[in-house]
Design a protein around this ligand. Structure first.
Ligand code: UT7
Length: 355
């Protein structure tokens, strides 16, 4: 049996910080309201020289470096995003152009669930022997699609990218199973109109047309609390494990109350749940790999640990999976590779990205 171990991680966020105090000056809100309803204190926002590509490339480079690989060693790049820099060509091709190499490249769009969807596709390709070394990136710059006069959405989102390198191993490592789901009838609860091929011809014909992210917060909240808990629990059960076997929950970082509900469903104490929503807000497809990179860099993940990933997002979509942490059985490509593929994988957490 072939598995796909995570051998390198990386993350990148923009240097610009937007605090709750900044937002108090922009809309009718308060730090107290934002913290008590969401847990968010600040978020990172792209500047004129940052882009989904620049963040993805920075995170991808870190992940490759940790794995002791170069872009030439990678044969597939998948980018999970719904805020690509261009609709034609794919974000993954823009990233490949910067990183170098000749990997196949394509995007996956499942909003905030996108990284777990992409990890599942990449793992499956490696398991089937179709690809060997895959770079999976989750990246979004949703602040470009936010109406900063709408207090119900502008407080929530930040920008960023996270990346992992997957390599084959005979040991049970990496993603062991996935629970993927979607309910397309919920598409109107969280969406950005007018950014695809179907664009209203004029605002006159479509007076309701607004180009920014639209959200029915309460509806999304109810959906998220239900699916995050159910999908995470299903991933644990499908692995033949119990909740007591879970070493770390790495959830999509949308709202601390949603994360708490998922943790309660798995009966997990706070120290087994990675939370960084206070510092980055909701970075959409980047949130799970950024959280994973931070948890690893902080030394919270050990060889053989059971790590549950879970996310929800626009679509409506959801995704969960059980990851067995570590690099056991991964064949070393080179002496450099052997040095790199240990557990002391160092991620430059919070390192700013310039241009
Ligand atoms: O990746 C998926 C992304 N989306 C999400 O994760 C969103 C999920 N939903 C949520 O996280 C929550 O629904 C929100 C944080 C968006 C809102 O929290 P809530 O507890 O559901 O608040 P609410 O929508 O029920 O609004 C309560 C009140 C309203 O005022 P009234 O009608 O009671 O007078 C809102 O107008 O809070 C008001 N409000 C605000 N007040 C201060 C809404 N946004 C704000 C704000 N500051 N930023």
């Amino acid at each position: 049996m072939r598995y796909a171990a995570i051998t390198g991680l990386g993350m990148a966020v923009p240097e610009r910080i937007l605090t709750n105090a900044d937002l108090e000056r922009m809309v009718d809100t308060s730090d107290e309201w934002i913290v008590s309803r969401t847990g968010i204190r600040e978020r990172r926002v792209v500047g004129p020289n940052d882009s989904t590509t620049s963040l993805s490339v920075a995170a991808g480079r870190q992940a490759l470096e940790q794995a002791g690989l170069t872009a030439d060693d990678i044969d597939l790049i998948i980018v999970a995003t719904c805020t690509p820099d261009q609709f034609v060509v794919s974000e993954a091709c823009l990233v490949q152009a910067e990183l170098g190499g000749a990997a196949a490249a394509f995007d996956i769009g499942a909003a905030c669930s996108g990284f777990v969807y992409a990890l599942s596709v990449a793992t499956s390709f490696i398991q089937q022997g179709m690809h060997n070394r895959v770079l999976v990136i989750g990246a979004d710059t949703f602040t470009r699609f936010i109406d900063y006069t709408d207090r119900s959405t502008c407080i929530l989102f930040g920008d960023g990218a996270g990346a992992v390198v997957l390599e084959p191993t005979d040991e049970p490592r990496g993603l062991l199973n996935t629970v993927l789901g979607a309910n397309g009838t919920g598409n109107k609860h969280l969406y950005a109109p007018g950014w695809g091929a179907v664009v209203p011809e004029s605002a006159e014909l479509f007076p309701e047309y607004r180009p920014y992210l639209q959200m029915n917060g309460q509806e999304v909240f109810r959906f998220a609390v239900r699916v995050m808990g159910d999908a995470a629990a299903e991933a644990v059960e499908r692995s033949g494990l119990t909740f007591a076997d879970v070493d770390m929950l790495v959830p999509h970082q949308a709202n601390a109350r949603i994360i708490d509900a998922a943790a309660r469903r798995l009966d997990l104490p706070r120290e087994k749940v990675w939370v960084n929503v206070d510092r980055y807000g909701n970075t959409s497809a980047a949130s799970v790999p950024i959280a994973l990179a931070e948890a690893a860099a902080a030394g919270h993940l050990d060889e053989g640990d059971n790590v549950v990933l879970v996310a929800f997002g626009a679509g409506l979509t959801w995704a969960a999976g059980m990851v067995r942490w570590g690099v056991a059985g991964v064949r070393r490509l080179s002496p450099h590779r052997a040095d790199a593929a240990t557990n002391d994988l160092v991620v430059a957490v919070g390192e700013p990205v310039h241009g």
